[in-house]
Design a protein around this ligand. Structure first.
Ligand SMILES: *Cc1c(COP(=O)(O)O)cnc(C)c1O
Length: 378
């Protein structure tokens, strides 16, 4: 394991502590931030929010983009716009970051867990379909879970570490079962499935700009959609549902203060300008890791077939839990930060009672996947 630590230190050209993922501010960040402060428009309105939304929609190839205060908020609002209500259920994967299930819970809905694919670490179309066939029926154009008698309103697959899941097959199944597809694309800015950007296959997609994501505004998120009505609603509901007027304050529903401040958007516009450069650096890093781990019994996780990954967080697959723990211990003791994949959501106290399909693949990966340093190198 010493040889792995040596390789990572050589790759990052340092013998000092190597974090898992550091942001890089090497473009126009300070210039735009200064401009934003000088303008005094640091808060709810300003040109950077508008510029960002326009540029971002162009980047991912969606018609509309609505900036939000973080990715969880983007997902929460996307689910509300997909009509998820407190009596509903939402299918997702157990191998995800907690934000996915938190957003479902903010709607009052209950998550239902189906397995992931070993190759993509994202939702498995076969597991989704099996679950639906075994447990559900369509009644009056809605999908009813026969076990709980509740409506399955939406499905939220997640593109794990930026690797696209088999989203076209998932979309087909969701369409056939009258389930709204909402993509948790929080980790996958710059990732494409069959040349189409992740997050643009479903009704809505949510992206995150948290400090550890591929580009960051400190905290931030975005809702993407091709539906004009949904985009307008998303803007309205994330800005306290205020009816536009030059001086009057009136609101037509209970809205949220989920808008992205202009000062964060200023940072984000500068970060977005560097996305291609960041993507290139990550791909180069991935190539280096892939080459190195060829000689090892530890497997580097490559981008899945038919897809182009952003390689946001690089990951390896260890033989078993013992080897994983040994690797975590050794690398972290040597100043190289590594981290196991998330604890499965169905194991957490809050989601213990949720219905699950067979979760063999998720369980297998939970014991073996570890993230290794993934920062953009300068
Ligand atoms: C980062 C992330 C989010 C959103 O997180 P925020 O910190 O709220 O921006 C949602 N889902 C997944 C899978 C994530 O990794």
């Amino acid at each position: 394991m010493q040889n792995i630590v040596d390789f990572i230190q050589k790759t990052f050209n340092t013998a000092e502590f190597i974090p898992l993922h550091e942001p890089r501010f090497i473009g126009n960040e300070k210039k735009y931030l200064n401009d934003c402060i000088d303008s005094t428009f640091v808060s709810s309105v300003g040109k950077y929010v508008d510029t960002f939304e326009k540029e971002f929609a162009k980047t991912v190839g969606s018609k509309y983009a609505v900036a939000t205060v973080n990715g969880t908020a983007a997902l929460h609002i996307s689910l509300l716009l997909a009509d998820v209500k407190s009596s509903d259920e939402v299918i997702t994967q157990p191998l995800t970051f907690i934000a996915t299930c938190n957003a479902i819970s903010y709607c009052g809905a209950k998550p239902v867990f189906v397995d992931v694919d070993l190759e993509t670490m994202g939702m498995s179309p076969a597991s989704l379909e099996n679950f639906l066939k075994e447990n559900c029926e369509i009644k009056n154009n809605v999908c009813i879970n026969k076990i709980t008698d509740k409506t399955i309103k939406a499905c939220v697959p997640m593109h794990t570490f930026g690797h696209p899941c088999k989203i076209d097959e998932i979309k087909e199944i969701c369409d056939a079962w009258h389930i709204a597809l909402v993509e948790d694309a929080a980790e996958s800015l710059g990732s494409y499935y069959r040349e189409r950007h992740t997050g643009t296959f479903g009704l809505l997609g949510a992206i995150s700009f948290n400090g550890n994501k591929i580009i960051t505004s400190g905290g931030g998120g975005c809702i993407i959609t091709n539906d004009e009505t949904l985009a307008k609603k998303a803007k309205h509901i994330t800005t306290t549902a205020k009816i536009p007027h030059r001086w009057e304050y009136s609101h037509d529903m209970i809205g949220y203060n989920y808008r992205l401040p202009n000062i964060n958007a200023a940072l984000l516009v500068a970060q977005l300008e560097q996305l291609d450069k960041f993507l290139e650096s990550k791909r180069e890093l991935a190539c280096g890791y892939e080459e190195f781990f060829k000689e090892s019994d530890i497997k580097f996780i490559k981008e899945p077939q038919d897809s182009h990954s952003n390689y946001w967080l690089q990951a390896v697959l260890l033989k078993d839990k013992n080897q994983r723990d040994e690797f975590l211990e050794f690398s972290n003791n040597s100043g190289v930060m590594t981290r196991p994949i998330w604890t499965l959501m169905n194991r957490l106290e809050m989601f213990k009672e949720c219905q699950c399909g067979d979760l063999s693949n998720a369980t297998y990966l939970e014991d073996r996947v570890v993230n290794i340093p993934s920062s953009v190198r300068i």
